[in-house]
Structures are given as C-alpha cells and as structure tokens.
Design a binder for this molecule. Sequence first.
Ligand code: TRP
Length: 328
Amino acid sequence: MRARVLSGIQPTGSPHIGNYLGALKNWARIQYDYESIYCIVDLHAVTLYQDPQELRAKILELAGMLLAIGIDPKHSALVVQSAVPEHTELAWMLTCVTPVGWLERMTQHKAKAEAQETIGDGLLQYPVLMAADILLYQAAIVPVGEDQKQHLELARDIAQRFNSLYGETFVMPATHLPTVGARIMGLDDPETKMSKSAVGSGHAVSLLDPPAAIRKKIMRSTTDSNPAVDFQAMGAGVRNLLSIYQAFTGTDGDAMEAQFTGMRYGDLKKQVADAVVASLEPIQKRYHEIVAEPGYVARVLREGAERVTPIARDTCDKVKHAMGLYTA
Ligand code: TRP
C-alpha cells in the first residue's frame, strides 16, 4: 500500500504565487507517488469571522484553482473538511486528551489572538482540529511550511498521549517534511512571507490576477538602493524577485547569475513579470474552463468526500471503541 499524504489549505483570501510555489505545485507533483488527500479546511477558516457568502464562493474558487494547478481527481481526493463530519467528531475526542497548556503555548494562536478583540475558543482549538485532519486518515506524510511545524509536532504529541491513555490507536505522522519548494516573500515587504490575509494590494500576486495587475504589482515591488543586481550583495526584495523567476522558469543558479548580474531593477522586474504572466496564463485558462463546466467542481468534491469517508469512519469508530464510547 502506498503511504498516505495529507495536507490542507484555508479557503480565505485568494491563493497566490507564494501558495503555488511554496506548496500547491508540490502537492500536484507528489500526488502520483502517494495516496493523496488534499483538504480545503473551511472549519479552520471560521476560527476567525468570515463573511458567509464570501466563504462559500471562496471554497469553490479554491477547489477550481486546485484542479487548475494540476490536482488530478483521479489520483487525489479533494475534500472540503466540513463535508466529512468525522473531522469534527475526532477533533472533540482529541480535545478531551489535550492539555490546555499545550494549546496556549502555540505561537500562531498567540499572534492571531493579539489582533482580535474577543477570541473564539475555536482559535485555541485550531491545532486540535488540524491534528484530527491528520490522524483521521493515519497520514504518514504531511507537507506543510515552517509556520505549521509546531502544529504538526502537537499532532504527534496528541496521538502519543491518546495511545498511552487508551492503547495503540494512531500511527505517528511524520515530522520530517519533504522540501516543499520556494519560500516567497511579500512584494511590498520582502521580510515577511507572502500571505493571503495580508492587506495591501501590492503584497501578493493572486493566481487569478490579470496580466496588467501582475505587471503593476511586480513593477512596484520593494527593492533596495543598489543600482543593479549584484549576487554578492543583494537585498531581500531583489532576492525574492529572483526566487520567483527561478521557481517559475526552472533556471539553474549559474544561469541565473549569468542572466541577471548587472541588470537594472526595472529590467529585472520586467523579466520577472513576463515569466509570471506566461506561467499563470495556462493555469488561468484551465481554471476558467473548469468553473465554466456546470456542476463539475461540486461533483469532484462530492466524490472526494465519498472516497475518504470509509477511512474517516473507520478511524472514528476505532477511537470511540478505544474510549468506551457508545457504538451501535
Ligand atoms: N493550518 C494549516 C495552514 O494554515 C492548514 C491545515 C489544516 C493543514 N489542517 C491541516 C495542513 C492538516 C496540513 C494538514 O496552513
């Protein structure tokens, strides 16, 4: 049996080139080597208030985009988290074995809570739900970025604690993450990772941005006061532009140096913009074809849920049995 891969992405904001180059492209690549489950985590999204109408639209948009970038529903199960109620069922059972102190230590919760007037309990529970996503399918491989590593370690701790209280039930998910690709930074602020929630229209290139918007954002991106590209002394903004170019075109390091050394930033930006526009064009074309086919995305999501439900049900029943909960 092939090892199972699971990952998740929130349906908030619009997926951008940072998501694509850092994670989604890798999802599409590894789906042929593993049994893959990719989850649109709408229940995680509502840990912060979301406009209901917008959330509904974003779920379908993200599903369409995942298909457009190459997630192949013949190979991967594309699942909306809330469509498989076992995610929440398992999350509750795991909540009961998770010390509050473990959750209070999570740095992401602290950062998110700082920006809120009142904090929903869901924000604290967020990593338990994520542990449930992973443990529900006994996933062996969980590709996530650096920012999710602490959550993944918590999932292991929760699994271990459950196993020691109730007997061997969960397979340990891997902590060793495969390299997930380039880490793309904000165009307006190259010191922070490109984020879906960051405000500011110059921050991220959305995968659905029209060519003119892509060019405008890249031409206005933050660089530094050097006159031209210098590989020995380059600021974070220039490095980020070069990473974007390299990730989209697959140019190797030596060729990058030969091509860009001494180039003025205006010209560099033009070349980066051309590469991004050219790479996104076929993705956007596929996206529009996919969403134009009536009922197609909904059918893929329904089939995804149907495919994973027996696995999820089996895990929940095992966990209920281990805990002495009632099973008819
Ligand atoms: N918390 C993850 C993020 O924001 C998303 C996520 C939810 C996830 N459940 C998951 C990732 C399970 C991997 C596995 O990026």
